[in-house]
Design a protein around this ligand. Structure first.
Ligand code: ATP
Ligand code: MG
Length: 676
């Protein structure tokens, strides 16, 4: 067992009883401790299904699953050699390894009825939420100039993170916009409930309420897990904290790992105090510190250490390099943002061509969602395969959303937003007028839109043709329900796509052949996703698939693991780069206004500290080669402006700012070459 663990890590792995806190810097093996701990517990004879590990991203969860599954198979094989019951992989119990959100989905799938929902609930993703927010604002006659749907969602999110439902939120309002928002929140809440839907924050909030108000339910869930572990604990919010503490209240076997220097979700309600005050909450907690960094070369680590030292309120930690010396990080000043992208793309291409590294060894990290566009362009121009993580998600593409809406209606016909999206797409002769009339009937009778569809034929106001089309549509949806619920999703989805002639729709909608091909391949990719799901799931169902994509979508993790496995450069936001590591890292746009972000500069000290941690996360993703770049000029609102270098650069007291020998070649020259 000790193999591959240092003594402190080993002690954290072996301290299985009671509370354990591993508070340690980046790359010190915290995640590794969790994985080994799961394995250790199982080897000690703990039944795997009694173990719960919660991680922050799906990727981390999947990696952990793979490792433990591999080990479990080995244990099973040797057990069968000794003549004990082997149990195949499918049948043998597995530890529960999941993100907070999927843990909550599991719990709610069993018990949401206690909260007055029906059992089969829908999870709204961001665009569903926006639709509902827009509708709520319309309901209260609030113009979007007074409150934008996205602002409303932001406020609702904040309230939910403080565990405030609409009614309670109404009592906290401080200004007029807040009052409007609280009113709209009420509508939003009603609309979701009527659609038997929950949003992402609800997943946590409902679980918290379930545990708080239904002790019998809580008791059942408490009995399920004897050992609980949480990764990236510094980024848990108050609700997550309460869910975990209720779960472990009986036995107190809780191991959390984290790093206060990597707390980067304060803006989303994460409470760093959860980790800093852990030993107050659990006075008998075993506290383990890991002081060696196994990831980064010493030169990179030194930079990270001197940067983070500028944050004042932090637990002092030492982080020493376990690896031998490598190359010093590079500081790269480039004329403008176009050159920055060109330079990086060409350098990567050249390095791969000469065999110095593989595409998948490389990550380009950025702060804002606008930054990657140019990099995408330049990477494409240089024929460098890449994967964008944290940008527009696959599942937000129009055609993908269309097909998912079909699936959602098939799974839950009461899902009105999805139904409205597809009822006449592709056009099938169900006009807006007809739909409005049906909506009126629905409101009058207090039923869902789907339920009033059959009345269309009897409705004198609706033209016979329209009524027939509705009936045909309704029967079609009904026909797919059974086979899809039984798990034949990809096969049926293919059939559906043909039946509605979605290809024709794409042909009509888009002009260029390139666009048609790319849109059509997104549809294909969705079919692929269903079949990947079917192959991976123990028991596949339409609901299960929708759940899975709702969860992956939220974290911008669309196919991330799949993609990262492919040989491609990763383009990632700093927020999604957490927990990952790459041999080669480019941290680009090191400018005031980008990193630290403009908004944080305005918000002041606390926000700047969070930006600094974000920069720290970025730097510590690098194993061997790190490049920090910035552009002297950057276009803003169409105008080229001079930039200011990020304060974090000087804080890293990062040696010479400029080109080192290897990069002496001026990117300027390349500009002439690429101008087309
Ligand atoms: P982060 O804070 O970024 O999440 P972490 O503390 O979770 O980092 P890990 O990702 O677990 O760190 O480990 C960082 C790297 O160091 C991984 O590649 C891991 O396999 C390796 N590593 C950790 N501990 C050891 C060890 N004792 N021996 C060899 N390699 C190790
Ligand atoms: Mg980690």
């Amino acid at each position: 067992m000790a193999h591959g663990l240092n003594p402190s890590q080993l002690s954290a792995v072996q301290a299985t009883k009671g509370a354990v806190l591993v508070l340690a810097g980046a790359g010190s093996g915290k995640t590794r401790v969790i994985t080994f701990r799961i394995v250790h517990l199982i080897r000690q004879g703990i039944s795997p299904e009694k173990i719960l590990a919660v991680t922050f991203t799906n990727k981390a969860a999947r990696e952990m699953k793979e490792r433990t599954e591999g080990l479990l198979q080995r244990i099973n094989r040797s057990a069968s050699k000794r003549g004990k019951s082997p149990g195949d992989k499918q049948g043998s119990p597995q530890p529960h390894i999941s993100t907070f959100h999927s843990l909550c989905v599991r719990i709610l799938r069993q018990d949401i009825e206690s909260l007055g929902y029906r059992k089969r609930f829908t999870i709204y993703d961001r665009s569903d939420q926006e639709g509902a927010a827009r509708k709520a604002l319309r309901d209260i006659h609030c113009p979007t100039s007074a409150l934008r749907p996205s602002d409303l969602l932001w406020r609702i999110g904040n309230w939910k993170q403080q565990s405030l439902r609409a009614e309670a939120a109404g009592e906290t309002v401080v200004d007029e916009t807040d009052t409007l928002a609280a009113l709209a929140y009420k509508r939003y809440e009603l609309a979701l409930k009527a659609a038997n839907a929950v949003d992402f924050d609800d997943l946590l909030l409902c679980t918290e309420e379930l545990f708080r108000d239904h002790p019998d339910v809580l008791a059942r869930h408490q009995k399920r897990f004897d050992y609980v572990m949480v990764d990236e604990y510094q980024d848990t919010n108050a609700t997550q904290y309460r869910i975990i503490s209720s779960l472990v209240a009986k036995h107190g076997n809780l191991c959390v790992v984290g790093d206060d220097d990597q707390a980067i979700y304060g803006w989303r309600g994460a409470r760093m105090e959860n980790i800093l005050e852990f030993d107050r909450e659990f006075p008998d907690a075993t506290i383990v510190r890991l002081e060696e960094n196994y990831r980064c070369r010493p030169e990179i680590l030194e930079l990270a250490n001197s940067l983070i030292a500028h944050n004042t309120e932090r637990r002092d930690k030492t982080l020493k390099p376990a690896r031998g010396p490598g190359k010093p990080p590079r500081f790269l000043e480039i004329d403008d943002e176009v050159d920055e992208a060109t330079y990086v793309a060409r350098e990567i291409r050249a390095a791969v061509d000469t065999g110095r590294f593989r595409y998948k060894d490389v990550a380009i990290l950025f702060r804002t969602n606008e930054q990657p566009r140019l990099f995408e362009q330049e990477l494409r121009a240089n024929k460098v395969p890449y994967v964008l993580i944290g940008g527009q998600s696959f599942f937000d593409r129009r055609e993908v959303r269309d097909m998912i809406s079909y699936l959602k209606v098939i799974a839950n016909p009461d899902d009105e937003l999805s139904l409205l999206r597809i009822i006449n797409r592709p056009a099938r002769g169900i006009g807006d007028g007809t739909v409005s009339k049906l909506l009126e009937r629905a409101v009058e009778s207090g039923q869902s839109l789907w339920h009033v569809l059959p009345q269309a034929t009897a409705d004198g106001d609706i033209p016979q043709r329209g009524a027939e089309n509705i009936e045909r549509f309704r029967q079609m949806i009904d026909r797919y329900r059974k086979p899809m619920n039984n798990g034949q999703i990809s096969e049926q989805l293919n059939r559906l796509i043909t039946e509605i002639n979605y290809k024709g729709e794409i042909e009509r909608q888009y002009k260029t052949p390139l666009e048609k091909v790319s849109r059509w391949s997104s549809v294909e990719e969705l079919v692929n996703a269903t079949s990947h799901y079917e192959r991976g799931a123990e028991e596949s169902s339409l609901e299960g698939f929708l759940e899975e994509i709702a969860l992956t979508n939220n974290e911008d993790e669309v196919d991330k693991d799949q993609q990262l496995k492919k040989n491609a450069v990763a383009l990632i936001t700093l927020h999604s780069a957490k927990g990952l590591e790459f041999p080669v890292v480019y941290l680009v746009g090191m400018e005031e206004g980008l990193l630290p972000h403009e908004r944080s500069i305005q918000d002041g000290h606390r926000a700047i500290c969070e930006e600094r941690r974000l920069a720290y996360v970025g730097v510590t993703r690098a194993m061997d080669f790190l490049t920090l770049s910035w552009a002297k000029h950057r276009t803003k609102w169409g105008k080229r402006r001079k930039t200011k270098t990020s304060r974090f650069l000087s804080e890293m007291n990062g040696g010479p700012v400029g080109f080192d020998d290897e990069t002496e070649e001026q990117p300027k020259r390349r500009r002439a070459a690429r101008s087309k």
